[in-house]
Design a binder for this molecule. Sequence first.
Ligand SMILES: [Zn+2]
Length: 191
Amino acid sequence: MKKLKKKIEECLKTVWTIDTCCPKYHVFWDKENNPSAGQCAVTSLVVQDYFGGELWYCKHFKHYWNRINGLEIDLTIHQFPKDCEPCFDRIKSRNILLKEKNLRRRYELLKNLVCEYLKGGEIMSKPTCEEQRNYVAQIEKKANIIVESAQKVIDKTEEMIKQMKYSTRVVIGIAVISWILSIIISFGLSF
Ligand SMILES: [Zn+2]
């Protein structure tokens, strides 16, 4: 049981995200320092999926944890300071809990993440150095493509402006020449 608990704790630490955290606790959530903040309801529901037992609830801290075969298991207790001890106020029904839309969405997400982790899915493994380097290279490549295409647009616009200037000059030139010609012709005709 201890080994299993450790494994599940490890799993949860890896998969908890801000998206599985209760929106009210987003300000407290921190992947490194406080990963279990706002995760108590969804976590105890997932633990219940795997091990059964009851959902225990403390109304003072709005905190949930599990009681399995007479044993209390609280995998999100570390979000509280050490002198903060939730007490047992009542057993909560999972069906009533899951009627709340946001909680249900977060529960389903956490359930999937835990399931993927236990299957050894790739999404849980940290990227290797090489993968990270490739990722950065990909982003840089994309950025370069954007810069290049922007430069192309600028070049084309400049060329268009140049051509416009040139054709304006030609039009003005023709107008001036024809004006001069018309004067010369009219002079020629008057003599
Ligand atoms: Zn209480």
